[in-house]
Design a protein around this ligand. Sequence first.
Ligand code: GDP
Ligand code: MG
Length: 150
Amino acid sequence: PFCLLGDLSVAIERTFSIVKPDAVAKNVIGEIYSRFEKNGLKIVASKMVRLSQEKAEGFYAEHKERPFFPALVEFMTSGPVCVQVLEGEGAILKNRELMGATNPKEAAAGTIRADFASSIDANAVHGSDAPESAAREIAYFFAEEEICAR
Ligand code: GDP
Ligand code: MG
């Protein structure tokens, strides 16, 4: 987990990910998990949940004042989601690269959002954007004993 002197390896990190209701409905959970696994990210915790309004609002609290907030919460509670913790070298940035841009129209070819998202609302996946948000989001969904070191 630590970068030794003369070692160019990137730190092992954990990040938080959601397969959103649109991707669950499209039956592409496995294809999305495959993207993670093929790119060096290990799934160390995973479960399917249906978010309550309160849980979704708390998760996206940083966006509370944005005009799209009510639509975002409505969408995230519209069906089950899969929540997972991904672990690997530079996991936070790597996952964001695999996801692609927030708006699927701007997402690079071959990214999860380019391949599976249909709109900026129904954009297939969530991924933490920084170490602080990763820690907060992991703890928001998982107890320490639900995360399996491997
Ligand atoms: P992310 O980190 O790439 O997921 O993007 P943000 O953290 O900026 O926004 C959270 C989520 O809110 C996005 O994944 C979108 O589903 C939604 N969202 C963000 N910006 C917009 C917007 O301008 N319009 C709408 N309708 N939804 C948005
Ligand atoms: Mg974000």
